[in-house]
Design a binder for this molecule. Structure first.
Ligand SMILES: Cc1cc2nc3c(=O)[nH]c(=O)nc-3n(C[C@H](O)[C@H](O)[C@H](O)COP(=O)(O)OP(=O)(O)OC[C@H]3O[C@@H](n4cnc5c(N)ncnc54)[C@H](O)[C@@H]3O)c2cc1C
Length: 376
C-alpha cells in the first residue's frame, strides 16, 4: 500500500485526489491536507464584490469532500522535507512514498511598500469581502485597479474587475462622477490572445476605462493617495483595488525547492528535481498561466504518473497546458479564451466572444466541479 500525500485542496489537489480515488479506490492511502474550511472558486471573489454573495454562499465545505480511499485533514503545513517526503503540520508529522505539492500561490504584500497600509486587494477572500463593503460607498473620484507584479493568478481577472466596477457605478448612477484606470504589467490585457485583448480594449474604450499597459504598481503612498509605477510615474487614486505580488507559500520557499519564488518542474510531467515529488498548479513554474483550469490539467497528468507507478497504468500523457478561461465582459456577458501553451511551437489563445452559450459553459464549469468534487 503506497502513501500518497497531497498538500493543498484547491483546484489541483481536489482533482488529483478525485482522480486517484476513482482509479485506485481504497487500494492505497491518499491523504490531502488543507488549512482552510472549504474550497472557493477564484472567480467567486467577483461575486462577493459585485453580486452581494456571502462567503458562506460561495464556499464548498471540505466536510463534503468524501472520496473512497482519500482522507482530507484540516491541518496547516508548517514544514516540508522534500527529500525525505516528510511533512510537518500543526497537528503532527506525515510521511509519504509520493508527495504532491499543490499549495497554490500566496500574496507578498510587503513586496509593495504601502500595500499593507492601504489594505485593499481583491485576490484573497478576506480582501474581496472587505472591498464588498467599501465599493458601495465609492460614489465619486478615481478608482485604480493595479497589478503589483507578474505572474499573477487568472490574468483576465483585473480586466473583469474593471468592467464589473463600471457596471456597478453605472447602476448606481454615479459613473460620471468617477474615473476608472487599470494598470497591468503586460503589453496587453491577455497576452496569448490578441483577439481577446482587442475585445477587452474596445470594451474599455467604449466605457471610458483608462488602460495603462507594461507597468506595475511599485509602491503606494496612501498619505497622498498616489500609486507609484515602476517607471516612477504616478497615478492618483481615491479607491485602490490591488492585485498583490504573488509567490509560493512561505513554507514551500523555506523547504528549499523553489527558484524565483516557485517550484520548478518538468512541464511535461510536473516532476520536481526530487524523485517522487511533484508540484502542480500555481505553486509551480510549469510554463502555463496561473489558473485553476491549468492546475487541474496538471493534476490529471500527475495522477497518470502515480497510476503507472502503482497499478501499471498506461504510459502517462504529456502535460499540454490547455484550458478554457471564462471572462466577464460586464452587463451579464461572458466570453472565453481557449489557451494552449505547451502542445505546439507557439502559445495560442483563441477568443470566443461573449454569448449565451459561453455563459452556459461557465455555469457548467462551476457546476461540473461542484458535483465532481463535492457531490453537490
Ligand atoms: C479574482 C480571481 C478570479 C479567478 N478566476 C478564475 C477562473 O475563472 N478560472 C480559473 O481557472 N482560475 C481562476 N482563478 C485562479 C484560480 O483560483 C487559481 O489559479 C487556482 O485556485 C489555483 O489552484 P491551485 O490548486 O494551484 O491552488 P489553490 O486553489 O490556491 O489551492 C491551494 C490550497 O492550499 C492551501 N494551503 C496553502 N498553504 C497552506 C498551508 N501552509 N497548510 C495547509 N494548506 C495550505 C490553501 O488553503 C488552498 O486551499 C481566479 C483567481 C482569482 C483571484
Amino acid at each position: 500500500m503506497a502513501r500518497i500525500l497531497i498538500l493543498g485542496a484547491g483546484f489541483g489537489g481536489l482533482e488529483l485526489a478525485t482522480e486517484l480515488s476513482e482509479q485506485l479506490g481504497e487500494g492505497h492511502e491518499v491523504t490531502v491536507i488543507d488549512k482552510g474550511e472549504g474550497f472557493v472558486f477564484g472567480y467567486s471573489k467577483l461575486d462577493l464584490m459585485f453580486r452581494g454573495r456571502s462567503v458562506e454562499e460561495v464556499r464548498l465545505p471540505y466536510a463534503d469532500f468524501v472520496k473512497p480511499g482519500v482522507t482530507l485533514l484540516r491541518e496547516t503545513v508548517t514544514a516540508i522535507d522534500a527529500e525525505a517526503k516528510r511533512v510537518t503540520t500543526d497537528a503532527g508529522v506525515h510521511e509519504a512514498d509520493y508527495l504532491v505539492i499543490a499549495l497554490g500561490a500566496d500574496f507578498d504584500l510587503e513586496a509593495t511598500p504601502g500595500m499593507t497600509e492601504v489594505g485593499t486587494e481583491f485576490y484573497s477572500v478576506a480582501g474581496a469581502e472587505k472591498l464588498a463593503r467599501i465599493i458601495p460607498t465609492f460614489a465619486a473620484g478615481r478608482a485604480l485597479i493595479g497589478v503589483c507584479g507578474a505572474p499573477f493568478k487568472c490574468p483576465p481577472a483585473p480586466s473583469e474587475c474593471a468592467l464589473l466596477l463600471d457596471d456597478e457605478l453605472r447602476r448606481r448612477g454615479v459613473r460620471d462622477a468617477c474615473e476608472i484606470a487599470f494598470v497591468i504589467p503586460f503589453g496587453s490585457p491577455v497576452p496569448p490572445s490578441p483577439e481577446t485583448s482587442a475585445a477587452l480594449r474596445a470594451e474599455f474604450e467604449q466605457r471610458g476605462i483608462e488602460l495603462i499597459t507594461g507597468r506595475r504598481i511599485a509602491s503606494l503612498d496612501p498619505g497622498r493617495g498616489v500609486a507609484v509605477l515602476d517607471d516612477d510615474s504616478e497615478q492618483p487614486y481615491d479607491l485602490f483595488l490591488g492585485v498583490p505580488k504573488h509567490r509560493a507559500p512561505e513554507v514551500v520557499i523555506a523547504s528549499g525547492i523553489t527558484e524565483d519564488g516557485y517550484v520548478p518542474v518538468d512541464p511535461a510531467t510536473l516532476a520536481t528535481r526530487v524523485p517522487g515529488v511533484y508540484a502542480v498548479g500555481d505553486v509551480a513554474t510549469a510554463g502555463v498561466p496561473k489558473a485553476g483550469v491549468f492546475a487541474e490539467g496538471a493534476a490529471r497528468i500527475v495522477a497518470q504518473h502515480l497510476l503507472a507507478a502503482l497499478a501499471g497504468g498506461a504510459e502517462p500523457a504529456r502535460h499540454l497546458g490547455q484550458g478554457t478561461c471564462y471572462i466577464e465582459f460586464g452587463e451579464g456577458r461572458i466570453g472565453s479564451v481557449d489557451i494552449d501553451f505547451l502542445s505546439g511551437p507557439e502559445r495560442t489563445g483563441v477568443f470566443n466572444p461573449p454569448s449565451p452559450e459561453q455563459m452556459a459553459l461557465k455555469e457548467k464549469f462551476g457546476s461540473d466541479r461542484r458535483a465532481r468534487w463535492f457531490d453537490r
